[in-house]
Design a protein around this ligand. Structure first.
Ligand SMILES: [Fe+2]
Ligand SMILES: [Fe+2]
Length: 448
């Protein structure tokens, strides 16, 4: 075809050149317009593709939509995307359109071919390199029936992610340089989408594995705590099950106080372990059938500090557990032990364990006395609230108890008490009186 340009022997000021110049300008404008439209179309496709990749949670749906956009960008009727599995050295068709012979099994591909394809760029079947030709001849299932005309490696950071296998253009025309540039730009986006999906899947797999390991460690920790609680309770033959019950009472109180599940789990474990220091106390003292002598009391009073010493070197999921063991015999009036802390100097968890501990001590038989009637236990609470016990903890206990009696909460306290008491519900008026007398709002783990 004759080139459409003004003959060089004419200057633009020459009137004879004018028709040529007009024709040249019109053609340039038309070409520019076509190029601009093409550019806009490519940008629009890229924008759509970006949105597809960013917004679609379903990976296969993302791939399908992205690939359809790619095919539509240069009007190709058929094709497929094969994903490269680096671990297994295989290619697998993950989305296809209009292909009758797309294989649904993995096609093995050796590393050498994967590397060659990663560096190949887009190429038509006709101009395939020897490497690519060998690859194609080894995989007739991928290139069956001459359905594929163009191969587009999907590459990120020079690593093969997959390949796009494309049929001919709907118009039957050859692929132009512009077509290849457009397809290459879109394919890069698809490659990044697939790669991001791989990375996310890997992060998710690792997070799940870590979660499994963490759950395993938590389970081991809890089982160890239970074993310790059992060991403590076996040593003290008069208070069988005391540690576990204190843990359960503490759990009920903390939950009523609005503590988080994590904090509730922590206080439950603190309850299980609060008397762990008894492991170092002389067995004859612990199991003495008499009330403690002054000497025995001194020996026994070592157990909170000893518990702290035992628990401190351990990394607990709940940091305050050693402190709860140390301070469960403190009183808010400062007359407790081992440190004589007062009021809010005592950690809130220790105040809860204190009440749970006293409640269990009074509601179970001891060698020197029988369990107290529930009315007497609650009277003890009334008398000692504000001196031994924190009013907020006492009120939380009463509210939880009332909710169980009224059927508004699972029966945890009552199930433990029902083994030793009849007609637990009869204390409802006393619980209401205690609340009327002491209700001072809700204490939280962090806002005490
Ligand atoms: Fe204790
Ligand atoms: Fe105790």
């Amino acid at each position: 075809m004759r080139p459409l340009r003004a003959p060089s022997k004419y200057s633009v000021t020459d009137p004879r050149a004018l028709p040529w110049a007009i024709l040249f300008c019109a053609f340039s404008a038309l070409t520019m317009e076509t190029n601009n439209q093409r550019l806009l179309h490519t940008f629009a496709a890229l924008a759509d593709l970006g949105q597809e990749i960013a917004n679609t949670a379903d990976f296969e749906e993302m791939l399908r939509s992205s690939f359809h956009l790619l095919l539509g960008s240069v009007a190709i009727r058929r094709g497929a995307v094969a994903q490269y599995d680096r671990q297994r050295d295989t290619l697998r068709i993950v989305t296809a359109r209009g292909l009758e012979h797309a294989p649904d099994a993995d096609c093995p591909i050796d590393r050498e071919h994967a590397r060659a394809l990663a560096g190949a760029g887009a190429f038509t079947i006709a101009e395939a390199t020897s490497e690519a030709t060998r690859f194609m001849s080894e995989h007739p299932q991928l290139f069956a029936s001459a359905e594929i005309q163009l191969l587009l490696p999907l590459v990120v950071h020079e690593r093969l992610i997959g390949i796009a296998l494309l049929g001919e253009k709907a118009s039957g025309e050859e692929f132009t340089e512009e077509d290849l540039e457009t397809l290459t730009a879109l394919a890069r986006h698809i490659a990044v989408g697939i790669n991001s999906h791989h990375l996310l899947a890997e992060v998710k797999r690792k997070a799940e594995e870590n979660q499994r390991l963490y759950e395993g460690l938590r389970k081991i920790y809890k089982e160890t705590v239970h074993a310790f609680a059992a060991a403590i309770d076996i040593k003290d033959r008069y208070t069988q099950g005391h540690s576990v019950r204190v843990g359960k009472y503490s759990e009920v109180i903390a939950r009523e106080m609005g503590w988080s599940e994590n904090e509730v789990e922590g206080i439950t474990i603190a309850g299980y372990l609060h008397d762990i220091g008894k492991l170092i106390v002389d067995l004859s003292v612990i199991n003495s059938p008499e009330r403690f002598s002054a000497k025995d009391s001194k020996e026994m009073s070592r157990h909170p500090s000893a518990g702290y010493e035992i628990l401190s070197p351990i990394s607990h999921p709940y940091a305050d557990i050693p402190l709860m063991a140390r301070y469960h015999h403190e009183r808010i009036d400062g007359n407790g032990y081992p440190d004589g802390l007062k009021g809010d100097e005592i950690p809130p968890g220790a105040k809860i364990v204190t009440l749970a501990d006293s409640f269990d001590a009074m509601t179970t038989d001891r060698p020197y006395r029988k369990k107290l009637p529930l009315e007497d236990v609650l009277e003890d609470f009334r008398v000692n609230t504000g001196t031994q016990f924190d009013p907020k903890v006492v009120c939380a206990f009463c509210r939880a108890f009332l909710k169980e009696i009224e059927g508004k909460r699972e029966r945890r306290l009552m199930n433990l008490l029902n083994r030793n008491y009849d007609n637990v519900e009869a204390v409802t008026p006393i619980l209401n009186q205690l609340l009327a007398e002491f209700d001072g709002g809700v204490m939280t783990a962090t806002g005490h």
